[in-house]
Design a protein around this ligand. Structure first.
Ligand SMILES: Nc1ncnc2c1ncn2[C@@H]1O[C@H](COP(=O)(O)OP(=O)(O)OP(=O)(O)O)[C@@H](O)[C@H]1O
Length: 279
């Protein structure tokens, strides 16, 4: 397995504040990797260091085989970035903006295809300035992928998207991952992580709190299930590692149980528990 990003002991100190306190990360080529954590956890700082936009205080970083703090233009053309802050909208139309950015890359994607991929075909001729917040965000995504990046950084990419646009965006990320693009995703949406990420880390106060897959994070894979049902005596709640057995015993093939549900902790439940312990 080839490593796209390797980080060891990464630290960033701002005057009077330790933002990143010694991170280790390994991101494999072709995987969707999510970085989660509360506001101020150090996610953007970490990502900006890996993008070569911010210098680290200490530690090692290797991104696509180079040190991002020293890498040059050829390396830069191999990465794509969707920043948290929206692209400055000049007086250009969507298609002009995307075409303009395509010129910076040696092997760009087809401009119309990219506009189609982000769902802006109908707005291709509109000035970026006239677009809604969510539509502008889609322009940002288009600019992030126009250069056919090997590694794509997405910092809160779907903020402001309506539900349909989010689903469409998820499809786009799936397609890019299938084509072999490595993706580093920063988001506050747990359902987005569940839908997209192969692996994730949770950071708080600049340190890793937990890591794993969305299915196994923080012991989620073998967390107990909660069985709820209602009968003539009222509502019942039972926590168990064997919900099927409980349901079998309860029903005994005899009757319908009102309000029967079996649930396990969601990724959000696990995340909040992890973060709660740390704050
Ligand atoms: N230029 C700076 N100078 C001083 N402190 C900074 C600077 N940039 C960030 N910080 C501080 O470093 C910490 C980490 O910030 P960072 O933006 O990396 O967090 P984040 O995890 O991306 O948060 P959010 O989810 O809100 O985007 C915060 O406490 C922030 O105030």
């Amino acid at each position: 397995m080839t490593t796209a990003v390797r980080v060891r002991g990464l630290r960033k100190e701002y005057p009077g504040h330790l933002a990143v306190a010694g991170l280790d990360l390994d991101i494999h080529q072709g995987e969707v990797f999510a970085l989660l954590g509360p506001n101020g956890a150090g996610k953007t700082t970490t990502v900006e260091i890996l993008e070569g936009h911010r210098q680290r205080t200490a530690g090692e970083a290797d991104v696509l085989g180079e040190d991002p703090g020293k890498a040059g233009r050829a390396w830069r053309s191999r990465i794509g970035i969707v920043l948290q802050t929206a692209t400055d909208a000049a007086n250009l139309s969507v298609v002009e903006t995307v075409r303009h950015f395509a010129k910076y890359y040696p092997n760009p994607r087809n401009v119309e295809e990219v506009i189609e991929k982000v769902g802006l075909t109908e707005k291709a001729g509109a000035r970026v300035k006239s677009l809604s917040g969510g539509q502008r965000r889609r322009v940002d995504v288009a600019l992030g992928i126009i250069g056919r990046p090997e590694l794509l950084f997405l910092d809160e990419p779907t903020t402001g998207f309506d539900p349909e646009a989010r689903r469409q965006f998820w499809g786009l990320i799936d397609d890019l991952a299938r084509e072999g693009t490595t993706i580093l995703l920063t988001t506050h949406y747990l359902d987005e992580v569940e839908a997209l990420a192969d692996r994730l880390v949770v950071i708080a106060r600049g340190s890793i709190v937990a890591q794993g897959t969305p299915e196994t994070l923080g012991g989620r894979g073998h967390a107990e299930a909660t069985v709820r049902w209602t009968d003539e005596r009222g509502e019942h709640v039972e926590r168990t590692a064997f919900p099927t057995k409980v349901v079998n015993e309860l029903s005994g093939g005899r009757r319908e149980l009102a309000g029967l549900t079996v649930t396990r902790p969601s990724l959000e439940d696990i995340y909040l528990e992890l973060i709660g312990e740390k704050l």
